[in-house]
Structures are given as C-alpha cells and as structure tokens.
Ligand binder design. Structure first.
Ligand code: AMP
Length: 123
C-alpha cells in the first residue's frame, strides 16, 4: 500500500489547530480526542502527530519514541475512561479501501461502554 500523506486530511487540520477537537489527552507525539460521530458510549481516536497514513506505515517508519508515546497515551486513555479495569473495550484501526479507512492519517479507535458485537461481518 502506498504511503503518500495528504496534509489536507481532517486530522492534519486538527493537529494544526484549524479545526477544533474534544481533546482527551495530548503528549509530545500523540493526540487523543473524542470521535465526532461516536459508534459507542466511549469512542476516542488516538493519532500520532507525525504524517503517517496507516498502522503499517506508522509501525514501519515512526521512531521508537513516537511508537512508545503513542501506545502509552492509548493506555492512559483506557485508564482515564475507566474501560481498562472495567468491562473492556475494542481497539481497532482501518487501512485503505478494504479496511474502509475514511481519514488517511493513522488513528486507533478505542471503543467501549457497551457490548460491541463481533469484530467483522462474515462475507
Ligand atoms: P476511519 O473510517 O477508520 O477512517 O474513521 C474515521 C473516524 O473519524 C470516523 O469515526 C469519524 O467519525 C471520525 N471523524 C471525522 N472527522 C472528525 C472530526 N472532525 N473530529 C473527530 N472525529 C472525526
């Protein structure tokens, strides 16, 4: 999959402060904010501040510092929202056409607050 980053994508605009967001947590390399169209009572997006398109792009090309910061921030979000020690959650990321990714900036969805159903529909 090509990893050409579009700097006009909506999350890039959020990171530049051009569009507001409901921030949960911000660190040097990572931003976590509430999804504008939540699919569950808890629906937070965790994004790296760097220009990465997908999970595999981030995992392959980001620095170790960025990768650790991203995952520590995601863990803090789970703790802050009470889902890690509670009834659980789902962390998912979509990539490309088959993954039905809408925003081409890598993001981890953290969903919780209800039973979420099966992971994917069977074709
Ligand atoms: P995906 O389909 O995995 O690319 O998910 C993109 C997610 O971004 C969707 O759940 C949208 O509701 C969410 N989203 C789009 N625009 C915004 C925004 N301005 N603020 C917060 N979440 C957004």
């Amino acid at each position: 999959m090509a990893h050409t980053y579009d700097p006009q994508n909506i999350f890039a605009r959020i990171l530049r402060g051009e569009i507001p967001n409901k921030t949960v947590l911000e660190t040097q390399h990572t931003l976590a904010f509430h999804d504008i169209n939540p699919a569950a009572p808890v629906h937070v997006l965790v994004i790296p501040k760097g220009p990465y398109v997908t999970f595999d792009h981030f995992a392959a090309d980001a620095s170790a510092e960025e990768i650790v910061d991203f995952h520590r921030t995601a863990a803090s979000v789970c703790a802050m929202l009470g889902i890690a020690a509670g009834d659980g959650y789902r962390a998912i990321t979509n990539a490309g056409v088959h993954g039905m990714q809408e925003v081409p900036h890598y993001h981890l969805h953290i969903l919780g607050g209800r039973v979420l159903g099966r992971l994917v529909e069977r074709a």
